[in-house]
Structures are given as structure tokens and as C-alpha cells.
Write a protein that binds this ligand. Structure first.
Ligand code: Q9C
Ligand code: ZN
Length: 681
């Protein structure tokens, strides 16, 4: 499959700027691009990308979305003086024109289309384009909200025409509602548009009732517009994550797009004066990473808003790092979506239940008019915990001090979350016969000494083990050591006794003082692991029913085999990921045993998604009889492969019921499971 990440940029787009005083528009400055570019250089990210040149979008391309009359209006501003420019600008809501605006807007369109071509032609797997003016508010006949031409909407139409695509997903994580994109595809089921936005019960720009959760699309397009309205400011990492896990991702995987476009605005990030939200830069790497598992990895991120220069540029870097396959920094802050966010999520889920099979068996109904005041109090508390370094007194409202405080916060924060990337990504412990199945980049440690692991092994009965099995075990510990010491990011180990191997691996983690280990078992295994504290969380996915009482740290998920669909989405998004992200482990161990009833694509997807945890540090322990799975997992871990899915069918009702029950049972303990405004106190 295609590899590499495209970066499309052209300094020409810096020319567009505001020539007069206008407090509404003054945040959309040229430095937005130059700062991003500077930060990418600072992290040495540019040389890791495949640089793709921008071009001008043609008039006929622009007219895929806009009217000829409107294009003529924009074109006419090229020759205008300041006063005339001001007059044209005043005809639109929150827009300014400059003599270079037409040219810049055409380059913004062309840069976006160049990115689509790079990804669709297979020249690169994914990519990012840094452009301005932004696009998502502009409409057939109107500029709006700093936007001249609707770059992403044009890109979607272009990809449909040129590559015959039938399903495109647009994810608009900018903090404003991209009403321009919504209007362009309102009745079109071939484009699924998702947007979250600051809404405050319609008391925020652009004050549209069609930004609410009950706007789901029109006619044939019903269900293909998803609006998540945020009714309070201060939303952060856990609120965004909950919206992805409980709304976007289940629907997106059911939709199964052929291309994903991100309207990547960063005014949803911390410190932004427009958004007033709290998401930290690494949040965007997680959002990106989730979306990389769709459309066989074909993902184009296109800049929209983002007005706090430091926050914007750090978030852009985190997005690009995710696209490049770097390990993900753990999400910071307490993983607890606030009441107001849960209310919004519940409402969207209720509104979309008629249109999506993944919501069929959920009992969701809309809620309304929760006391905004009690939510606000809760949000104030959360602000404190989400941004430890900013005391709540320091969090003002978009003044100069606020900008500087966020700068200071990010200076420290980024240093604390970014760790050095080891030169080798994946190590493996496999027998002779397995080695040739692995990608050549995988490192295979050899010739190990028993003494090194004596303390760990001595607690287990390995006396009767065959030499080959014992060697594999020692090699697994060597791989695990490399992961813990951060010499590699991840690893895999083949084992003839996966239960025993994983018990030894867990013991080894504890000897090496790894604080929290997440263990996910897939397949029928007889697990005997002592669990009495927060050091280990075990999730056991099996077809066999265990007579076991589930506890917070030891959860069995009985999943009935369904050979027709082999589905696993409700368990993955509705339970395993919310629990895992709530737990915030330091290391993940996935054990693939015998009789797994999931099928290799589901296991691959699960492992791919678990890379969002624990700085992407994963050890996969695989039963030696499962060669085919081993190969896929190796390719997932090295970043060479993305699982693909065909023939979506809903999960079996009885499996969904199991998930619902587990969710109800554990949502007090693992708070990201909460997706309704039910009061849990
Ligand atoms: N008093 C983008 O982020 N605010 N556009 C208008 C009116 C306009 C944002 C406030 C915000 C536009 C791409
Ligand atoms: Zn915006």
C-alpha cells in the first residue's frame, strides 16, 4: 500500500491580509502560516514529508461549488483600492478582501486538490496542506467567516469527479460550524459531513438553528450530516474523545469511506480566543490516528481556523507527526467527559439512531434543558484538572495575558509529552520459520542470556519447557525490555503458551516498575493473574463463558462468534477503547490465543487503535499456530498496513447487549464509557 506523508505549502498565501481596522477579522493573520511552518522546521518534520507543490485552482474547479457570479466578484477585488475592498468585504459576514485575496484563495484551492491527487494517485498515503484563506464557511454565492472558496467542499466534488469516489467522509474539527460544507452536501448521501462546534444553544456565531444536532441532512442525505453542538466553552480532550468514540467512529466505520478529508481547524484547541476550548495539542494526534484507520489510510488534512499562534502551530505539528506514524503522546487530563458534552452526545446519538445500524440497539432519547448553570460549575472544575499548569484564576477571556499564559503552558507541556523516537520501530521474538514472514525493518534480538531474566522467570514453573519454547520466552522478555527502555516502540512475540508468556511478561513489567499495564486477551485462555490493584487492567475477550465475577480491573467480555460479519465495532468503540483511555496505561500487552472468534481484521484494527495508548508501546503475544495473524500484526506495528473491511453488517444484538450491560456496570469507574447525560453521582 501507499506510503509517505505529503506536505503541501506555498508562501504565497501569506500575502492575503487585513488592510484596515476590524476587530472581527483581525485574528486571521499571515503569521498563522509562517508560525506553523516555523514550528514544523523546529521539529524537523519537513524533511520527513514528501513535498508536493501547490498550484492555482482553476475557475471550473472552483465552480464545482461556487457560482460564476461569485467567482467574478472575488476576481474583481484584484484591482481594487482599499476603500472599494472595504465595501465588498462589508457585504459579507466576517470577511476581508485584499488585492491578493483572489490569487491566494485560488492557491488554497489548488493546494488542497494537489493533496487529493497525491493521496488518490498513491504517490503518498496521506498528507497535510497549510493554506489560507480558509474555506468551510464559504457558500455558493458568498464569502463568510474569513473564508473565500470552500477548499474542502471543492476537494470532495473533485475527488468524486476525477476518481469516481462514492463515499467521502469530511471531519470538521474546527470549532466553528462549517455551514458552507453542510449546505453543499445537505441532500447528498455520498458525502458524510461531521462537525462539532461551539454552539451555546445558538448564542454563538453563526447563530444558525441548522447547526444543532437535529440537523441530520435532507432527503436522500438524511443521516449524512452529523452536528455535535457544544453548549459550553471549556470542552477538552475527554469531551472530544467521547464524541469520537460514541458518535463519529462507529458511524464512520459503518459508512466505510474511500477517502477522508479533515477540515482541520485548530481554534478548537487550548488558548484559542474564538473557541475558548481546552484541548491540548496531542489531542489532535489522537483524532488523526483514529481517522487513519479508515479509507485504507487515505487521509487529507486541510487547514481551516486556529488563532492562537503557538497552540495552532503545536497542534499542526502533532497532526503531522500522527500522519507520519510517530508514537502518540498520551492524552493528558482526567478522562471524564462533562455533563454538557454528554448531553450533546446523547442528543446526536438519538437523532441519528434511525439512520445508522450501529445505533439500532442503543436505547437513546434526546434530553433537553439541563441546567446550564450546574454544567458551568462542573466545567469550571474540569478546567482546573485538564490544564494543571493553568490555575482557573488565570483562565481569563481572550486577553493578552491569556495568550501569554497559554504560550507558557505549551512551552512546558510540549517538552513533557514529546519523547525521543527510537530509530527502530518494531522488535520481534519469533522462531526460525516465523522470521521470514516479517517485514525487513523488524529487529530480531538473538542469543540471550538466562541470567538477565532470572528474577522474573524464577517465580514461574518453566522446568519442563522445551528449549525452543524457553528461548522464545527469553526473546520475548528481551523485546519487552527494549520497549520499556524505549529502544523500540513496539514488539511481537510468538509463543506456544501465550497465557504463561503473558503472565511472565506482566510479572516482568512489575519487576521493572511499569506503573500501569493494560492487557487485552483475545481467544479462549485460562488466565491466572493476580489482580489486586491499579497496576494491571485485564480485558478478556472470549467466546467461552467464564464463571467469573467482573471487577474494575478484570473484565471478561463474552463475544459470540458471528462468522457472517466478524464484527467487533461496538465492543471496540463502545467499551474497550473508552476503558483503555480512561485507564491511561503505560504499556499495552495484547495476547492473541487460540480460538479467537474475531477474525484477523478485527484484531488488527483493535491493535492499531490501541496504539493511541501508552505512547504507542505495545507488546503483542501471539499463539504460534496463528501465522497469518502474526504477519498482519507485524505489518500493523511497523505501520505498513491498515486493516480493511467489507460488507458492513450490524453487530449481533446479543453482543450489543453484552456491551451495554458492561457499560452500565463500569461507567462510574471508567468514565469515558459515559455517553449520556444521566447523572452518575
Ligand atoms: N461578531 C474560521 O475559523 N466570528 N472562521 C464572527 C462576529 C467569525 C471563523 C464574530 C469567526 C470565523 C475559519
Ligand atoms: Zn473556526
Amino acid at each position: 500500500m501507499a506510503a509517505g506523508t505529503a506536505l503541501v505549502y506555498d508562501g504565497e498565501m501569506i500575502n492575503h491580509k487585513l488592510l484596515w481596522e476590524d476587530p472581527t477579522c483581525e485574528v486571521e493573520v499571515p503569521e498563522r502560516l509562517s508560525c506553523c511552518y516555523g514550528r514544523l522546521q523546529h521539529y524537523n518534520l519537513i524533511e520527513r514529508c514528501i513535498l508536493v507543490s501547490a498550484r492555482e485552482g482553476t475557475e471550473s474547479e472552483i465552480m464545482l461549488i461556487h457560482s460564476m457570479d461569485y467567482v467574478e466578484v472575488v476576481k474583481s477585488t484584484e484591482k481594487m483600492e482599499k476603500e472599494e475592498l472595504q465595501k465588498v468585504s462589508a457585504e459579507y459576514d466576517a470577511v476581508y478582501f485584499h488585492p491578493t485575496t483572489y490569487r491566494c484563495a485560488k492557491v488554497a484551492v489548488g493546494a488542497t486538490l494537489q493533496l487529493v491527487d497525491a493521496v488518490m494517485s498513491g504517490k503518498t498515503r496521506n498528507g497535510l496542506t497549510l493554506i489560507r484563506p480558509p474555506g468551510h464557511h464559504s457558500q455558493r454565492n458568498a464569502a463568510n467567516g474569513f473564508c473565500i472558496f470552500n477548499n474542502v467542499a471543492i476537494a470532495a466534488k473533485y475527488a468524486q469527479r476525477k476518481y469516481g469516489l462514492q463515499r467521502i467522509l469530511i471531519v470538521d474539527w474546527d470549532i466553528h460550524h462549517g455551514q458552507g460544507i453542510q449546505y453543499a452536501f445537505d441532500d447528498d448521501p455520498s458525502v458524510l459531513y461531521f462537525s462539532w462546534h461551539r454552539f451555546e444553544h445558538q448564542n454563538f456565531w453563526p447563530w444558525l438553528s441548522e447547526s444543532n444536532y437535529d440537523a441530520v441532512g435532507q432527503g436522500k442525505g438524511k443521516g449524512f450530516t452529523i452536528n455535535v453542538p457544544w453548549n459550553l466553552v471549556g470542552m477538552g480532550n475527554s469531551d472530544y474523545l467521547a464524541a469520537f468514540l460514541h458518535v463519529l467512529l462507529p458511524i464512520a466505520f459503518e459508512f466505510d469511506p474511500e477517502l477522508v478529508l479533515i477540515s482541520a481547524g485548530y481554534d478548537s484547541g487550548i488558548g484559542d480566543p474564538e473557541g475558548q476550548m481546552k484541548a491540548t495539542p496531542e489531542c489532535f494526534s489522537h483524532l488523526t490516528h483514529f481517522l487513519m484507520n479508515l479509507a485504507n489510510g487515505k487521509l487529507c488534512a486541510v487547514l481551516e481556523g486556529g488563532y492562537h499562534l503557538r497552540s495552532l502551530s503545536e497542534s499542526v505539528c502533532m497532526t503531522l507527526k500522527a500522519l507520519l506514524g510517530d508514537p502518540l503522546s498520551p492524552l493528558s487530563g482526567e478522562m471524564m467527559p462533562c455533563l454538557s458534552a454528554r448531553e450533546s452526545i446523547q442528543n446526536v446519538r438519538a437523532a441519528h439512531k434511525p439512520y445508522w445500524k450501529c445505533l439500532t440497539y442503543e436505547d437513546v432519547t434526546p434530553v433537553q434543558d439541563l441546567s446550564t448553570i450546574s454544567c458551568q460549575a462542573e466545567k469550571a472544575e474540569l478546567t482546573q484538572t485538564n490544564v494543571e499548569l493553568l490555575s482557573p484564576q488565570e483562565v481569563g477571556k481572550g486577553d493578552v495575558n491569556e495568550v501569554i499564559k497559554t504560550d507558557r503552558f505549551l512551552e512546558t507541556h510540549m517538552k513533557s509529552i514529546l519523547s525521543l523516537k527510537p530509530p527502530i520501530k518494531t522488535a520481534a521474538a519469533v522462531g526460525e520459520s516465523g522470521a521470514y514472514l516479517l517485514p525487513p525493518t523488524v529487529h530480531i534480538p538473538k542469543g540471550l542470556d538466562m541470567k538477565e531474566f532470572k528474577t522474573t522467570i524464577s517465580a514461574f514453573d518453566v522446568k519442563n519447557m522445551k528449549e525452543e519454547a524457553l528461548n522464545l520466552l527469553l526473546n520475548m522478555l528481551a523485546v519487552l525490555n527494549k520497549i520499556i527502555k524505549k529502544e523500540v516502540i513496539n514488539g511481537l512475540a510468538v509463543s506456544s503458551t501465550p497465557s504463561l508468556s503473558s503472565a511472565i511478561a506482566i510479572a516482568h513489567c512489575q519487576n521493572l516498575k511499569v506503573q500501569k499495564v493494560l492487557c487485552v486477551f483475545v481467544g479462549d485462555m485460562d488466565m491466572k493473574i493476580e489482580l489486586d490493584d491499579d497496576k494491571v487492567l485485564l480485558i478478556n475477550i472470549c467466546a467461552k463463558h467464564f464463571e467469573q465475577v467482573n471487577t474494575k480491573h478484570n473484565i471478561s467480555l463474552n463475544w459470540k462468534e458471528d462468522p457472517k460479519t466478524n464484527n467487533f465495532f461496538s465492543a471496540t468503540f463502545g467499551f474497550i477503547l473508552p476503558v483503555a483511555y480512561s485507564y491511561q496505561p503505560n504499556l499495552t500487552i495484547v495476547i492473541v490465543g487460540p480460538n479467537q472468534n474475531l477474525g484477523k481484521n478485527r484484531i488488527s484494527l483493535l491493535i492499531s487503535l490501541l496504539q493511541g495508548l501508552a505512547e504507542s508501546q505495545i507488546l503483542a503475544v501471539i499463539q504460534d499456530t496463528e501465522e497469518k495473524i502474526m504477519q498482519d500484526i507485524a505489518n500493523i506495528l511497523t505501520g505498513d498496513f491498515i486493516p480493511n473491511f467489507e460488507n458492513f453488517a450490524p453487530d449481533l444484538q446479543e453482543n450489543v447487549e453484552v456491551i451495554k450491560e458492561l457499560r452500565a456496570q463500569f461507567q462510574q469507574e471508567w468514565k469515558l464509557l459515559q455517553c449520556s447525560a444521566k447523572n452518575f453521582k
